[in-house]
Design a protein around this ligand. Structure first.
Ligand code: 0RA
Length: 646
């Protein structure tokens, strides 16, 4: 063998010989998605998933998650405890196998609803591999057992450290900062949202979350306990609580169809948006899939049949479409599938064919009964559907305008857009700027090679409260569509956003750093979230962060983005520096705006991410809805201003 071939052979062997745990450390993203904030939180979900599995099997009803002072995590459950007896094939304790063998999974049998290929379900061993240290404590068979690991390597054989009549599992892990280089700091809110969601999706379980890093006014650790007796029925009320209900009841069902556990809950509100949330094995399926198709089919056929029989649609001049049945609808569909196939860009689209008819049948039965038993509600719903059909007719015309315009011909671009000269969209950025005057400064300050400016006049439309045709008729919104070059409708889905001709890969929202600015930022984000979610999911949406202060002493000038930095800079300059508070972008000149906010070398862009779509939906409906008190409470709770970069 030549030396070259020899080398190749050697590396192929060494890759194959690489133990699973080593592979997880070498390619963590393959297992947990990424090594950023998301992946870090994923470690917690992974361990908790195992406890939830234990609860779903009927052996556990309490789970506690604690963020410790040092940002390590402790999870504790009262399940059966991970088995500790000898694993015959491996020759070590089963606990050690579960903790150190990739693919051993939480369970050895196949009858639990484990997720394959998706985001979760990679096993606690992955968490172990990605932790600088981990300790497992098991209460089982009258004893307390213990084993510790470092970076996935066992420190000592499983040992008994005491006696107890209890059963359960405690896992404490420290995320490895050589893997999670960006941050190892846990976000309470993120974990809290997920634990709440899990409690609703798995009724009867009590999940307690405690943050030992922070104390409340009473001197107690920040803590919340989540428990739901009614599951999705309560989840829907929580989600839609900020919207005005059309009917007072939640329509819900729970059961098994063709061997597939199906749970559905739905309500109608007086709004215009459709909010469907779907889950498979507790994982939010953003891209939908066969269970969601089944829901839509069941809803449409049942409501249509009822409406036709009622004679209420007799005078309607045009056909009712599927969409009309879903205006003002908020629904959650949750299924458990033994071997789910996930498809789509983010692997969050269920592919299993057999699920469609199971959900469709379940929804048909549920709705048929409900409509028969509640004729008043049925009438309200059919009336709403009629109105939706009429509005859709009007919207279709307005939307055609948005679709037909061709942004690639210069004539088609909005007059207010100052375009860049670069033609390669991956290199281009567009700044959506509040107001014409700041727009002017940005236009002067930018690098016209790759930065475009689109000034937006005043407050853009609140899409949360507007009917669809109003949205597509709105000048500012039409400008955003044409400037970005995106259209509605792909071959696969007539309502999906078509990003093939996206003209800028970075879309930057640039608003004043004050309450008004943050309101406008939220309005724009609401529009993106409701009408261009694919743009956010594609990682194209950013928020610019202009500085709050200019600190000046003699010839020295520095910018500060918060009070702490301002004071530190002042101290560095020896104190007594002059401090200018920027109230808006308009107070900066073109050069300052470039230096601080637009220059890629110095600016701090924040990428907008949706890490919990269900929670984002609730927050937008609250921030942009009619009810003032919850909005005020949220804004006050979220200190400086209410930014939605969840
Ligand atoms: C393997 C087998 C059994 C339970 C578990 C693992 C298990 C794993 C975790 C992880 C966190 N909490 C957990 N609780 C249980 C089945 C045990 C039996 O058959 O008795």
């Amino acid at each position: 063998m030549s030396e070259e071939a020899n080398k190749k052979q050697y590396s192929a062997d060494s890759i194959q010989a690489l133990e699973g745990m080593e592979h997880v450390r070498m390619r963590p993203s393959m297992y947990i998605g990424d090594v950023g904030v998301r992946g870090l939180h994923h470690l917690v979900y992974e361990v908790v998933d195992n406890s939830i599995d234990e609860a779903m099997a009927g052996y556990c009803d309490k789970i506690e998650v604690t963020i410790n002072e040092d940002n390590s995590i402790t999870t504790e459950d009262n399940g059966r405890g991970i088995p500790v007896d000898l694993h015959k094939k491996e020759g070590v304790s089963a606990l050690e196998v579960v903790m150190t063998k990739i693919g051993a999974g939480g369970k050895f049998d196949k009858d639990s609803y484990k997720v394959s290929g998706g985001l979760h379900g990679v096993g606690v061993s992955c968490v172990n591999a990605l932790s600088s240290s981990l300790k497992a404590t098991v209460y089982r068979d009258g004893k307390i057992w213990e084993q510790e690991y470092e970076r996935g390597k066992t420190l000592y054989p499983v040992k008994s450290v005491g006696e107890s009549k209890e059963t359960g599992t405690i896992v404490t892990f420290v995320p490895d900062d050589t893997i999670f280089t960006q941050t190892t700091e846990y976000n309470y809110e993120t974990l809290s949202n997920r634990m709440r969601e899990l409690a609703y999706l798995n009724k009867g379980i009590t999940i307690k979350l405690t943050d030992k890093r922070n104390k409340d006014e009473k001197g107690e650790f920040i803590s919340e306990t989540f428990h739901s007796e009614e599951g999705l029925k309560e989840f829907i009320k929580f989600l839609d609580g900020n919207r005005e209900p059309l009917i007072q009841n939640v329509v819900s069902m729970e059961g098994e169809k063709n061997g597939i556990p199906v749970e559905v809950a739905m309500v109608y509100n007086t709004g215009y948006s459709e909010n469907l949330h779907s889950y498979v094995n507790n994982i939010n399926t953003h891209e939908g899939g066969t269970h969601l198709s089944g829901f839509r089919r069941g809803l449409t056929t049942t409501l249509k049949k009822y409406a036709d029989n009622s004679g209420m649609l007799d005078k309607l001049k045009f056909e009712i479409s599927g969409d009309d049945f879903r205006e003002g609808l908020t629904a959650i569909v949750s299924v458990k599938v033994a071997e789910p196939q996930f498809e789509g860009q983010t692997k969050t689209k269920l592919g299993n064919r057999e699920v469609t008819s199971a959900v469709s049948q379940a929804v048909s039965e549920m709705l048929t009964d409900y409509l028969e038993e509640n004729p008043d509600d049925a009438k309200q719903i059919v009336e709403k559907v009629k109105l939706a059909a009429q509005a859709r007719h009007a919207a279709a015309k307005a939307r055609e305008m948005v679709q037909r315009k061709n942004p690639m011909s210069v004539g088609g671009l909005p007059g207010k857009l100052s375009d860049c000269s670069e033609q390669d969209p991956t290199k281009c950025e567009v700044f959506l700027v509040e107001g014409d005057s700041a727009g002017g400064t940005a236009k002067q300050g930018r690098d016209r090679n790759f930065q475009a400016i689109l000034p937006l006049r005043g407050k853009i439309l609140n899409v949360e409260k507007a009917m669809q045709h109003k949205v597509f008729e709105n000048e500012e919104i039409k400008n955003i569509y044409t400037a970005l070059g995106v259209t509605i409708g792909t071959e696969e889905d007539s309502k999906a956003l078509n990003l093939d001709k996206l003209r800028y890969h970075k879309v930057v929202i640039m608003c004043d750093a004050d309450v008004d600015g943050s309101h406008i930022e939220t309005l724009i984000l609401t529009f993106f979230f409701r009408y261009m979610r694919e743009l956010i999911e594609g990682g194209h949406v950013y928020i610019a962060t202009p500085p709050l202060y200019l600190v000046k002493k003699g010839a020295k000038k520095r910018y500060a983005w918060n009070d702490k930095d301002r004071d530190a800079i002042n101290a560095e300059m020896g104190g007594g520096a002059g401090i200018q508070r920027y109230k808006g972008l308009g107070e900066m000149n073109a050069e300052q705006l470039w230096d601080t906010t637009m220059n890629p070398d110095f600016r701090k862009l924040r990428q907008v991410q949706i890490d919990n779509a269900t929670e984002s939906d609730r927050i937008f409906s609250m921030l942009m809805g009619d009810e003032v008190p919850p909005r005020r409470e949220f804004i006050e709770k979220n200190a400086v201003y209410a930014n939605i970069d969840v």
